[in-house]
Design a binder for this molecule. Structure first.
Ligand SMILES: Nc1ncnc2c1ncn2[C@@H]1O[C@H](COP(=O)(O)OP(=O)(O)OP(=O)(O)O)[C@@H](O)[C@H]1O
Length: 300
């Protein structure tokens, strides 16, 4: 487990048995004078879920953007299969098997599920000038692929907009698996979902992992991360505050890191200076960060 000592973390590669598919070594990104990410090292292995946790502004989006080819890093290294890379476009990342499922899924709500499954990569039959969409094959393949992932929908003709948020995420995951993703980046897939739907999405994250994909699971929610995660990275203000394997960190510790136990303790100390605030009445930081029962609020 590595904690807040960022200088130690710089350039340090987490131990691994095989070459990671994706690896960051002391990687960072500045936008002009703003340093959004600094000295981040992490590795993504096939068949493992690598979680990236962090509060607003922690640098999660910047990290996704580097790996998915939207932005280039300005410090450190970014490697795919052990080879340093610098993507200019998301297409280049996709060609290396890195697929990103964003929170606001790029789907056309009024189009059927099968049509969305193949959106932008439609199957065709015949040759020019009579080439046309191979609808029967697309429907059959979409149905098979969704079932392979354990996703059973009543009707693939229904507009994707009529599915629940969780089901749409699952279709997007199955789609990425079908189109050959080796690494799946999931950007807060459970953020807008209730308890039950979050559970469904977590199940398909595990299914993608079991199919041998390396999954990068971005989330605010340590409980969701801990249900499926193999390795946990907590970002704070652009740096890696924790990098730990599952065996090295408990859910309570992870929750405490996310909530910033030290910051809460400092805040309590500051409040003690303010007249009229009885700090003895305030909960201890560990009480504030203790796991909560699964309420709808505890799901986002
Ligand atoms: N294009 C940009 N130009 C300037 N600063 C940026 C840019 N993108 C991000 N930042 C800054 O970098 C820091 C990290 O932002 P980032 O969006 O990566 O965090 P995040 O963890 O994804 O937060 P959120 O959960 O709120 O999306 C923030 O201080 C943000 O203001």
């Amino acid at each position: 487990m590595t904690t807040a000592d960022h200088s130690k973390n710089n350039g340090k590669v987490p131990p691994a048995d095989e070459t990671p598919i994706v690896e960051l070594r002391g990687t960072g990104k500045s936008y002009g004078n703003i340093r959004a990410l600094h000295g981040v090292s992490l590795a993504v292995h096939p068949g493992k879920v690598t979680c990236v946790l962090g509060d607003n502004g922690a640098g999660k989006s910047t990290l996704i953007k580097i790996i998915s080819g939207l932005h280039q890093h300005t410090e450190g290294e970014f490697l795919i299969d052990g080879e340093p890379v610098r993507f200019s476009t998301p297409r280049e990342a996709l060609d290396r098997g890195i697929a990103t499922v964003y929170q606001d899924l790029a789907t056309v709500p009024l189009m059927p599920v099968w049509r969305n499954f193949f959106l932008g990569s439609e199957m065709t039959k015949g040759s020019w000038p009579i080439r046309r969409l191979d609808i029967a094959r697309m429907k059959k393949t979409a149905d098979e692929e969704l079932r392979n992932m354990g996703i059973v929908l009543d009707d693939l003709e229904q507009p994707i907009g009529t599915l629940s948020g969780g089901q749409r995420q699952c279709v997007a995951i199955a789609r990425a698996v079908y189109f050959g993703a080796r690494v799946l980046i999931l950007d807060e897939p459970t953020a807008a979902l209730g308890v039950k739907q979050s559970g469904v999405v977590l199940k398909y994250i595990a299914a993608a992992r079991d199919r041998g994909l390396g999954v990068i699971f971005i989330t605010h929610n340590p409980h969701h991360a801990y249900m499926v995660g193999d390795h946990f990275n907590v970002l704070r203000l652009g740096t890696l505050e924790l990098s730990a394997d599952r065996s090295e960190v408990s859910l309570d510790e992870l929750t405490n890191h996310m909530a910033g136990g030290a910051e809460l303790a400092a805040l309590k100390h500051e409040l003690a200076q303010v007249s009229g605030v009885d700090v003895e009445e305030l909960p201890e930081p560990e009480d504030l960060t203790a796991p909560v029962a699964a309420t709808p609020e505890g799901t986002s």
